[in-house]
Design a binder for this molecule. Structure first.
Ligand SMILES: Nc1nc2c(ncn2[C@@H]2O[C@H](COP(=O)(O)OP(=O)(O)O)[C@@H](O)[C@H]2O)c(=O)[nH]1
Ligand SMILES: [Mg+2]
Ligand SMILES: [Zn+2]
Length: 318
């Protein structure tokens, strides 16, 4: 008798159980890892992560389905495992796009943080959309509104889509929903307090995530059981929520290649005198000329220099 099988995607993993949503029936099953796969020695502590495409095999009513195969990942967010430093932990896999939630007020997200995120996302090959949330606050705050306009221009010119939302009033939620549905598997990221949970609650009414928990910021250093989780969206696409994860991990970055991940800087390289120009103090540098004439925003350039000067492979990017 042939075993019944189905293709699916991992929505949640708790270490020993995996929630898998099947492609055809869209049903969610609590699955176990098939024995053969569990023991096979890659260095990660978890054989299957949120976002993995898998094949499950059914074993009747009494037994849970088993995951018997994992499709090749096209990317993955990987962390070094806390206790077992030689091991890694795959936080999420197969991301099509990241949505970085930022705010210009209450609190203001620094462009230093934004640019560091974008650099690692570029290195992972994950396109990123910036979501400016709390835009309702910009209606009564001229300085915040000016900053919003400025940053939108800066990042759109660098090639990033920007969406404005207010999770408080619901403004802009349609645009966000459409962008999420079009992208596929999406990572939602951003500092604590920018409104991620409030946005998710808008997108997925009925989920009712806790919001505004200030205590979350105190847990930064601790590795609490904050599992990544993936939600299918009613309008299409998936949303991965990674509590406590601020960006991508284990990026293999070379200091001298940092500028490749600033698209508007990298675009100028062919016009620099030296083909390996790092745009610092080299003569006839097209990037510095562009900064001086204002066609590259000074803030982006300064953030680049800052990342370059303070480049620490081990802590920052791995
Ligand atoms: N004014 C305003 N406040 C918001 C908005 N979105 C979220 N908040 C508030 O910001 C705080 C943090 O929101 P939360 O969703 O918990 O942020 P998270 O840490 O990113 O998940 C809460 O007090 C929310 O009510 C918004 O669009 N406008
Ligand atoms: Mg939250
Ligand atoms: Zn240059």
């Amino acid at each position: 008798m042939e075993e019944l099988q189905a293709n699916g995607i991992v929505l949640r993993s708790t270490g020993s159980w995996y929630e898998v949503r099947t492609e055809d029936s869209e049903k969610v099953y609590a699955c176990r890892a098939g024995g053969r796969l569990r023991l096979k020695g890659d260095r990660s502590t978890n054989p299957f992560a949120v976002g993995d495409q898998v094949v499950i095999e059914f074993h009747g009513e009494e037994e849970p389905p088993l995951i018997i195969e994992r499709k090749k990942r096209h990317n993955a967010i990987i962390r070094r495992s806390v206790n077992l430093s030689k091991h890694t932990h795959v936080v999420a896999a197969n991301l099509d796009r990241a949505f970085l939630v930022v705010t210009v007020a209450a609190p203001e997200t620094s462009t230093g943080f934004i640019d560091r995120f974008l650099v690692t996302a570029e290195a992972y090959g994950v396109p990123t959309t910036l979501v400016f949330n709390k835009c309702d606050l910009c209606l009564t705050d001229d300085a915040a509104f000016d900053r919003l306009e400025y940053l939108t221009e800066v990042y759109e010119q660098a090639g990033y889509d920007c969406i404005r939302t207010s999770a408080a009033t619901g403004d802009g939620m349609d645009a966000l929903q459409t962008a999420l549905a079009n992208a596929g598997v999406n990572l939602l990221s951003g500092h604590s307090g920018v409104g991620k949970s409030t946005l998710i609650n808008r997108l997925l009414p009925g989920l009712e995530l806790k919001t505004g928990d200030v205590s979350a910021s105190h847990q930064k250093g601790k590795h609490t059981t904050t599992f990544a989780e993936m939600f299918p969206l009613p309008e299409g696409g998936y949303l991965i929520d990674t509590p406590g994860i601020k960006g991508f991990g284990l990026v293999e970055l070379e200091r001298d290649q940092l500028h490749h991940y600033f698209p508007e800087l990298f675009a100028r390289l062919p016009e620099c005198k030296f083909h390996n120009c790092l745009h610092r103090s080299e003569p006839r540098c097209a990037v510095r000329a562009a900064v001086e004439e204002g066609s590259i925003p000074e803030e982006r350039y300064v953030n680049y220099l800052d990342l370059y000067e303070n480049f620490e492979t081990d802590e920052t990017y791995r």
